[in-house]
Write a protein of this length. Sequence first.
Length: 432
Amino acid sequence: MNVLMFGWEFPPNISGGLGTACQGILKGLSTCENIHISFVIPKAHGNEVSANNFEIVSADRININADTFTEEQVNKVSFLEVTSKLVPYLTPESFSERYTSTEYIGIQTEDSRKEIRINFSGKYGPNLFDEINNFAVVAKTIATNTQFQLIHAHDWLTFPAAIAAKHISGKPLIVHIHSTDFDRSGGSANPSIYDIEKQGMEEADQIITVSNRIKNRLIDQYNIPSSKITTIYNAIEHEPDEMITLHPRKQKHKIVTFLGRVTIQKGPEYFVEVARLIIRKMKNVHFVMAGSGEMMNNIVDLCAKYGIGNRFHFSGFLSGSDVTKMLQQSDIFIMPSVSEPFGIVPLEAMKANVPTIISLQSGVSELIRNVVKTDFWDINAMADAVYGILRHKKLSRTLIKEGQFEVSNLNWESSAKQIEQVYINTISNLAS
């Protein structure tokens, strides 16, 4: 089975969890017999991680017939302003560009205008909606020139491209919802993004969600029938022969870590409130916020207001091995998300032998048991959990041991098998 898949980013060039999840899904699907993936992103950098049975297709390297798509048609885009700063998955670099760059998405001409190419930044900058529309233009050419049986698209950024591919090919479409704009914005969705999300869901033959939390949101807020939706949880990548041994932390001070985008969705202010309560009680505890985002200045001001700056530290955005190093130095990981569709970082923390506290408002809370779960707003319950884990070594050891065993059984191969079954069912249902 050949699958035409659309994404927006791919490791190591990522700004958040979307690219990481796509990598896990692709690696899992690469273990399935008779599946080949053509994974299309706006701009490949040449350093993307590869695996068997899939290829990375860079949209900016696709030649478009100028007789079919004139430069005027390509550039004729109805620009939709993003009224919220919560454009998903911003790195410090792309966040800066989002508000300062005037980068032009232009046209490259090949062979005296016989063919053209569209330039993409592949980022989340001020021209994001232009790139999304132009991505759909290239998708038509790719779908025309590629043999495939099914289309699979990840999140709203790729939905116009996937819909264009469906219309020109007549092939079935599966959309994979990793989050909605209600989650990213803290409850107030951007109307333009909502419209794209809803159109993608309505055009889809089947929908995959990463948690029942998101499934219920699609039913309640997008009016999607439940029969069209399958929940398949994300997983975690395990390297061959990987073994993280249990060992005591060597630093004198205890470290409690927040790791994620510093946005309203992730609840960073609740982490600060927990820090304030714990610092009053315990002298040897430090708090680290690893990440970046539009709430950073507010969080710094809040720490200054509470006078905890000497024990509250900011590491900035971390990726790759730096994430692992940060977790391995941590005594507790907290994810106080206000609205988290899934949340892979708690799985990473558990794998790194870190006792973990998560909000009940996260999709991953449906899947894992060996963590402490509280409401995101219940800072007293979170602080009590931190205090108990740090004071009682037996509790900490139990969470570490049982947590690592639990995540060892979560793998992308299992998730991929479920995705493959959705593929098979979708094609069978349309054929019958």
